[in-house]
Design a protein around this ligand. Structure first.
Ligand code: BGC
Length: 773
């Protein structure tokens, strides 16, 4: 755990430069706009420890896998979002010395991520070996208005000398992924062009043949006046630059404005990439840095208006939640159904930038409540468009008749994870994809989604489950063998309660969806049945038989569901018995020891009780919570939020808050010692859920919003806005109770602690806390 950042409600602030923390800060201070992302690397040269990271959404490489022993059905490759050309680079040289913070004496260093306005600022004084001192102030952003562009304002002031500076803004495409399996490079050069004041580099990925044109234009000013120095043009393999010499006088500020753009062949015809890149840059230069930043700030104000959570009385908590919301909004904007949310977003290489079940299980609630319904719909359509690949994937494993197994890890619909226990066995991900459809239709009321897209996906998933179970003559019930549940610290188990539960739920939900589509649009239903070659009578009666006869492991005496067959044979030890030095288990113990132990990586049975909470009474939830929580090590960042929400439901406010704290500042405080790899973007949505679903107890039930709020003791209040079926509500919870403001022009009825309240358009109401007997 680190504690080196300053508390501030709207900013992340790092004072003083510590090279040992640099890679962590490079992750934390990352910028993105849904189309591209950039770690907080320095513009100037840096010879110290760094992880360069610049990513262009949707541009990936199918890196050949590395597995010890090949198994039929393994994916051929592990896809990774590529580290792309460096567009931020500006080399600075004076009197033969290169500005490099690993070599200079650095004082007054300040790095600030301004979350309100969406930019990164860095300032410092650097002293070269020869005693010359300069002051630098660098500001940059990835524009959420001109989404393919970024802009930098880099200001240098010589403090104790006058001399000629050599300034080299450049684009460098000689980039490699640190996680490349065979240390190969993934880019080849297509073309380069360097002119006075601008330069362009177009690169193509091997195999996938994506092309990205990265361009830059720049301008220089001295004391606010435009300079027109004659640049030397540099153009060499995968590198283009302009080199200019500027005489800077002591105390006078020289500013380099660098505008850059990344255009990908995913969005432009290849033959137009260069011209379109020039066009984007021209627009940016015409606007100028200040106007672009102004627009950035206004666009962020709109995002904050809809998605902010305001916490009063606890600055660290306020900073933590805003950081999570900021990073989620930087990662996914929901305009393009080909894009998704990688567990690390655009902040590192881990998890390859691919799509996991995290999106459906954790991120969907955040985008549903804070953005237009289309944003989540696009996440669902992403999977719909990959249905064909999911069917192929299932076929590779021996399934038939349109059964669909969505991948655990994917970029284009193909499975690209190659640990057998995850690829073949962690099949519960199929359930999360169905659950997201349910969540979306329940939240938005857009049941027509089922008619348009949803039913097809559900039928594929239902067919998979119906073929994945088998009849046990011994039990006279259906069982599901050889799976890995959400708890990845168990592999190849039989009857994982969560997987069995979500499997039958998928069958039930598919039957309901079928009825709905039949009733809503009989013609479309007929079409779909034909397209899917769906034998309604035979298939649905088989599904019903499975629903009625599924085996769920449980221990009646203890009154708990069993995570899997035989779970009670495990050694009776708890997380509290573990010496701190042995944590995290995945770094300290052998895999064999982990598998045999009773320790649970992340919510498993409890994940199911969270998804299907209406099925279980509080006593049952409490028994399961009390049994599983002491055995859970939460070594996935996705875990504590589920425990937080369930603790809140059980009225255990203290623990709900405790679990919330584990992820609220996970990256800011480098809680797990892994922030340098990138941020935990998908678990950030879980932190949001802990506040809205946990502390505020928000749910959608019977087409209405329901709240069961409490106020964490340390806080004075918290508030947030919620979109729900065309209505927008401001919810504030403070010491008096819950205040709701209806922000729109339609009356809305909500339930608070079980009682209905109607709030007229543009009116507010307050409800006091429930009386606890
Ligand atoms: C978790 C998975 C998750 C993945 C990506 C793993 O550590 O166990 O549930 O999908 O990380 O976030």
């Amino acid at each position: 755990m680190k504690n080196y950042l300053q508390a501030d409600e709207w900013k992340i602030v790092e004072k003083d430069f510590d090279p040992h923390l640099n890679k962590i800060s490079e992750s934390i201070f990352s910028l993105g706009n849904g189309r591209m992302g950039q770690r907080a690397n320095f513009e100037e040269a840096y010879s110290g420890e760094t992880m360069q990271g610049s990513y262009v959404a949707g541009v990936y490489y199918p890196d050949k896998t590395r597995v010890g022993w090949w198994k039929n059905g393994y994916p051929e490759y592990f896809a990774k979002v590529l580290n792309a050309a460096n567009w931020i680079g500006i080399d600075i040289q004076v009197d033969g010395e290169v500005l490099d913070l690993a070599e200079c004496k650095v004082t007054d260093f300040l790095r600030v991520l301004n979350m309100k306005d969406g930019y990164l600022e860095r300032s410092f004084t650097a002293e070269f070996e020869n005693g010359k001192q300069i002051r630098v102030n660098a500001k940059r952003f990835c524009s959420i208005v001109d989404q393919e562009a970024g802009a930098i304002r880099y200001a240098i002031t010589p403090l104790n000398f006058t001399d000629i500076f050599t300034i080299t803004p450049y684009i460098d495409g000689d980039i490699r992924n640190q996680d490349a399996n065979y240390d190969e490079k993934f880019w080849s050069e297509v073309s380069r062009e360097a002119n006075e004041g601008s330069a362009y580099l177009t690169l193509r990925t091997f195999k996938t043949q994506f092309e990205v044109c990265t361009g830059m234009m720049f301008a220089l000013t001295q004391n606010g006046k435009l300079l027109n120095p004659r640049p030397t043009i540099v153009s060499k393999d995968k590198y283009v630059a302009n080199q200019v010499e500027v005489e800077a006088e002591q105390g006078q500020e020289v500013v380099i404005y660098k505008y850059a753009a990344n255009l990908s062949s995913e969005n432009h015809p290849k033959e137009r990439l260069l011209d379109n890149c020039k066009q984007v840059l021209k627009t940016c230069v015409l606007k100028g840095f200040d106007k672009m930043l102004q627009e950035q700030s206004s666009a962020w104000a709109l995002k904050w208006q809809e998605s902010d959570i305001v916490i009063e009385g606890d600055v660290a908590a306020q900073q933590g939640i805003r950081f999570n919301i900021f990073q989620l909004n930087q990662t996914y904007t929901g305009e393009d159904s080909r894009l998704n949310i990688g567990p690390k977003g655009f902040t590192g290489e881990k998890y390859g930038g691919s799509t996991y079940w995290d999106t459906e299980a954790y991120c969907v609630p955040f985008y549903l409540a804070t953005a237009d319904a289309q944003v989540t719909k696009n996440l669902l359509i992403y999977r719909y468009n990959q249905l064909g690949k999911a069917i192929e994937n299932a076929e590779k494993l021996g399934f038939k008749n349109g059964a669909a197994l969505f991948p655990m890890v994917t970029m284009n619909g193909e499975e690209c994870h190659n640990e057998w226990e995850i690829t073949f066995e962690e099949i519960h991900r199929n359930g999360a994809i169905a659950y997201a459809i349910y969540n979306y239709t329940r939240y938005t009321g857009d049941a027509n989604y089922l008619v348009e897209y949803g039913l097809e996906v559900l039928v594929g998933i239902a067919r998979f489950w119906s073929q994945r179970v088998n009849w046990s003559a011994d039990k006279q019930q259906y069982v599901m063998l050889g799976v890995t549940g959400p708890n990845e610290y168990e592999n190849n188990v039989n009857n994982n309660w969560y997987t069995n539960t979500i499997a039958t739920w998928c069958l039930e939900y598919t039957l309901q969806a079928l009825d709905y589509v039949k009733a809503a649009n009989v013609d479309r239903c007929g079409e779909l049945l034909q397209k899917l070659n769906f034998n309604v009578q035979e298939e649905t009666s088989f599904w019903k038989h499975i629903i009625e006869n599924m085996f769920y492991p449980e221990d009646v005496e203890k009154g708990i569901f069993l995570q899997q067959d035989g779970f009670l044979d495990k050694e009776e030890i708890l997380v509290s018995d573990l010496p701190a030095a042995e944590r995290p288990l995945n770094q300290k113990w052998s895999w064999d020891r982990i598998l045999r132990s009773p320790f649970i990586k992340q919510a498993d049975v409890l994940q199911g009780m969270y998804f299907f909470e209406d099925r279980y009474d509080e006593a049952s939830l409490k028994r399961n919570f009390d049994y599983y929580e002491p055995r859970t090590v939460h070594e996935s960042s996705l875990s504590p939020c589920v425990h937080s929400i369930l603790a809140a439901r059980l009225g255990d406010e203290e623990r709900a808050y405790e679990f919330y704290l584990r992820t609220a500042r996970l990256d800011l405080d480098d809680y797990n010692n892994d922030t340098e790899d990138g941020l935990h973007i998908t678990s950030m949505a879980g932190t949001w859920m802990s506040v809205v679903e946990g502390f505020a107890g928000m749910r959608v039930k019977a087409d209405e919003l329901v709240f069961n709020p409490f106020l964490p003791q340390k806080w004075t209040s918290y508030s947030f806005n919620i979109h729900f079926r065309g209505i927008s509500l401001n919810v504030k919870v403070d010491k008096m109770g819950i205040h709701l403001i209806n922000r729109c022009c339609e009356e809305v009825t909500v339930s608070i602690y079980g009682s209905p309240y109607t709030i007229k358009a543009n009116e507010r109401m307050v409800a006091g806390y429930k009386l606890i007997a």
